[in-house]
Design a protein around this ligand. Structure first.
Ligand code: SF4
Ligand code: SF4
Length: 459
């Protein structure tokens, strides 16, 4: 068997990617082919296409997904939200978190290995370009160790130039989720002083993306990502992860020896690992569940005529020959919390109206007495949450004893526009009863709301 990179002495007390002096040890994972690689390639192609295309997609003339923080407007698949709907984000984010908990407790780091944007772009784009320019793992390692001659300068220069271009594309696309894509384009072709915020955003994010994919790489998963750190509390013995079948594999020996297990100690699984670990040492924090070692070992098993699956997706129970349980207390609990969050989100989201209307008492004296007439002054705060101009008709609710004077009974508001409309309430002092209130109706299109506010008077 061919070993493409240096053999690594396992040191379980420190990260493989950190040298004894604390510096970053660059990893050059070997190429691998196999069924999981094919699935990942297809999935990553789809995910990258979605990421790049979504900012350009419109639904009903509005962006399909846009979190316009500057104007406090949010668009999600044809629905529009404003700052007053921000509480929905809590249910949305907790729903996502519990979905991840359910997935993690069932299938470990499936998200990390297959769908995390960091993995998708690092393995699906940046690493491929590196392989294309600098060659195989062995060639890359030699290039890294060589001095700065002509070959290293042009190969590194070309790679870094392409990385910079890609980082710019990714940061502009990322900005398009927070600013309409037309404005991003406009900001790109105009001087930085015209759009200083967008320019700074692009500058910072391009630098972060470039730094991450050029140098930091797997350190993000190992050192920074909180989800990776959470894994150990989400797992149990029935969680499916990438693992090594020790019972079948040991004692590991050269393939020519006879009294050995299935592992021929070829180190192929280690050489393809993007975080540099040896999965034969057991489940480790650094493992992102990418299945490179599964494909690599399956290939080795095919070559030596052994059944596949020495490294495979299985639970700890499965590796010990026990039956795996899908439904456990933790999966049931996470599932119930997910369903509760989802139901609350859907109920809240479906209950939101096309506009916000609140009647507030204006500052100053609570009421005035003019002869026998008691007067209260209010302000109706109206917010159009629709993505188009809309007319709002404001009126007194029929039968209400307090007479209302509404100087602007019909107002037209721009998309997400807001206006304060004064309302004056009057009633004869003799007719004023305890618990009196004003009752206002606001109508736009098919949507109708009634608002009440206390009416104050003497005694
Ligand atoms: S687990 Fe498989 S790939 Fe890894 S060293 Fe053993 S035989 Fe080789
Ligand atoms: S141990 Fe295997 S699954 Fe885990 S990161 Fe390395 S190659 Fe991927």
């Amino acid at each position: 068997m061919t070993v493409t990179t240096e053999r690594r002495v396992p040191n379980l007390d420190s990260l493989y990617t950190i040298n004894p002096d604390g510096s970053h040890r660059k990893i050059h994972p070997a190429d691998v082919k196999g069924r999981f690689q094919r699935r990942k390639k297809i999935l990553w192609g789809i995910l990258i296409a979605i990421y790049l295309v979504v900012p350009w997609v419109k639904i009903g003339g509005n962006p399909a997904i846009l979190i316009d923080i500057g104007r406090r407007q949010f668009f999600l698949l044809g629905n529009t939200y404003n700052a007053q709907d921000f509480y929905l984000a809590f249910f949305f984010v907790t729903g996502l978190a519990f979905s991840l908990y359910v997935i993690s407790s069932l299938w470990g780091r499936l998200w990390c290995g297959y769908a995390c944007p960091h993995t998708v772009f690092l393995e699906g784009v940046f690493r491929r370009i590196e392989r294309w320019i600098e060659g195989s793992a062995g060639q890359r390692e030699r290039l890294a160790k060589s001095g700065w001659g002509f070959e290293k300068v042009w190969r590194r220069g070309l790679k870094w130039a392409i990385y910079l271009g890609l980082s710019l594309i990714l940061s502009h696309t990322f900005l398009s989720y927070f600013m309409p894509v037309e404005k991003v384009f406009e900001a790109t072709v105009s001087p930085p002083s015209h759009n200083p915020t967008a320019f700074t955003f692009i500058l910072v994010f391009t630098a972060i993306i470039y730094f991450n994919f050029t140098w930091f790489r797997e350190q993000l998963c190992i050192v920074i990502c909180p989800y990776g750190r959470l894994q150990s509390v989400l797992y149990d013995e029935h969680t499916v992860n990438v693992g090594y079948d020790r019972t079948r594999g040991e004692p590991r020996k050269h393939y020519k020896e006879t009294d050995r297990g299935a592992c021929i100690d070829c180190f192929r699984c280690v050489s393809v690992c993007p975080t540099g670990i040896d999965i034969r040492n057991g489940t480790q924090l650094e493992c992102v569940g990418c299945a490179n070692c599964v494909d690599a070992c399956d290939d080795v098993m095919d070559k030596i005529g052994q059944p596949r699956g020495l490294i495979r997706y299985d639970s700890q129970a499965g590796f010990h020959g026990l039956k795996r349980r899908l439904l456990r207390p933790r999966t049931a609990l996470y599932g119930v919390l997910l369903v509760i969050g989802l139901v609350v989100f859907l109920v809240m989201a479906s209950g939101r109206t096309a506009f916000e209307a609140r009647v507030l008492r204006v500052k100053g004296v609570p009421y005035t007495l003019d002869g026998d007439v008691v007067t209260n002054v209010y302000s109706l705060h109206l917010v159009n949450k629709l993505p188009h101009r809309a007319e709002f008709r404001i009126a007194q609710k029929p039968g209400s004893p307090v007479q209302l004077v509404i100087p602007a009974p019909a107002v037209t508001l721009d998309p997400f526009g807001a206006q304060r409309i004064p309302i004056i309430g009057r009633i004869q002092r003799a007719a004023l009863k305890p618990g009196a209130k004003i009752e206002v109706t606001v109508v736009t299109g098919e949507t109708h709301r009634e608002i009440e506010e206390v009416f104050l008077g003497p005694n």
